[in-house]
Write a protein that binds this ligand. Structure first.
Ligand code: FAD
Length: 325
């Protein structure tokens, strides 16, 4: 049976995040002939319509109110609720990003919907929509199907491939006016100051080069930054490195940090504590560099290099330069 699916687009600095295109791919799969609608908020939303159509949206609901240019829980909640009431979807999808994680439980609780968060796979099986999500800090996966009613799911970035762009597609666009009562938005965002360095977004990066306490200082991260630069990736860190003040907490990967699933994760001087593994063990290929051959990180690594990271990392950078630069 076909389903109408609504995807909440996630825009950062005026650009659609990849996870929105991945959500559209998942939406097309579960819609099975039903309509895929994308909801886009803010004054720059119009610029994203073409890309949304090319990647699977049949319809785009635009809410161009400039009060939605920066995310606030109240404004997004009120707007999203109105879009849901208008579209009446059977399935709602969004990225498991800061926005998705904040708005989804609120919407689900207020509208009495089932919520399956942090999904790594969505499929149709015998007429049911089945969601896969990690449990026990990524040690196991559980599959869940919702028996009836509308279901809301957040999707972990980098797990479901986006569809190839089909430039012949064009979505039906509808603008929705949403007015906010004067005192209904309790937060005012005056300025956004990004802590992380410019460059590839860590949670969506295809390659992550991460440093731990073994990096030994803030300067020790420099060879890792060079390697990440050559590979077009982002730099991450263990909490050990963040606690030691070698880098900012915005780089922390793990149970209490970011969850990443890149194609390639290179762990440098990281012991492999369970809390760190929770944030990276689902990476497609894991390379560990550690001078302790007994380090736990080697238990999850596809390739292990026992050695001093300050020798190994520059060597890798030079070798990759020969083939990539
Ligand atoms: P260490 O365990 O000290 O390991 C350093 C490693 O570097 C060692 O294996 C050593 O052999 C190696 N090394 C040293 N010098 C070199 C060298 N020159 N070359 C190569 N290797 C070298 N941690 C996280 O990462 N993310 C989280 O989200 C997180 N959340 C937590 C939540 C809770 C509630 C708790 C209690 C802990 C959490 N932790 C988290 C902390 C976690 O338990 C570990 O303490 C932390 O991950 C250790 O960081 P590390 O591997 O960098 O340091």
């Amino acid at each position: 049976m076909s389903k109408n699916v609504l995807v909440l687009a996630d825009i950062r600095d005026g650009e659609l995040r990849n996870v929105t295109l991945e959500s559209l791919a998942a939406a097309t799969r579960v819609a099975d002939g039903g309509a895929v609608t994308a909801a886009v908020f803010g004054s720059k939303g119009k610029e994203t319509v073409e890309k949304l159509s090319h990647h699977g949206a049949d319809k785009v609901v635009l809410v161009p109110n400039p009060k939605l240019d920066q995310y606030t829980t109240d404004a997004y909640f009120q707007t999203f609720k109105q879009v849901i009431e208008k579209v009446s979807p059977e399935v709602i999808l969004t990225g498991h990003t800061a926005v998705g994680r904040d708005v989804s439980p609120r919407i689900a609780a207020r509208l009495g919907l089932g919520l399956v968060s942090d999904c790594t796979e969505v499929e149709r099986k015998e007429g049911k929509i089945v969601f896969t999500r990690p449990i026990y800090a990524g040690k196991a996966f559980v599959k869940k199907a919702v028996r009836e009613g509308t279901v809301f799911a957040t999707l972990r970035p980098n797990n479901i491939p986006a569809l190839e762009a089909d430039t012949s597609r064009s979505a039906v666009v509808e603008e929705l006016e949403v007015e906010f009562a004067e005192d209904s938005i309790r937060t005012l965002v005056k300025e956004v100051v990004r802590k992380a360095s410019e460059g590839v977004d860590l949670s969506e990066a295809r390659v992550v080069v991460s440093g731990g306490r073994g990096v030994k200082s803030a300067e020790g991260f420099q060879p890792l930054e060079e390697l990440a630069g050559v590979l077009g990736g982002a730099v991450g860190a263990s909490r050990g490195a963040c606690d030691a003040d070698y880098c900012d907490y915005s780089l922390q990967i793990g149970q209490t940090g970011k969850v990443v699933t890149p194609d390639l994760y290179i762990a440098c001087g990281i012991s492999g504590a369970i809390q760190h593994l929770a944030g990276m063990s689902n990476s497609k290929v894991i390379v560990a560099i550690n001078k302790d051959p007994e380090a736990n990180i080697f238990n999850v690594a596809d390739y292990g290099i026992v050695g001093d990271l300050f020798e190994v990392v520059p060597m890798l950078t030079e070798e990759f330069k020969k083939v990539l630069v």
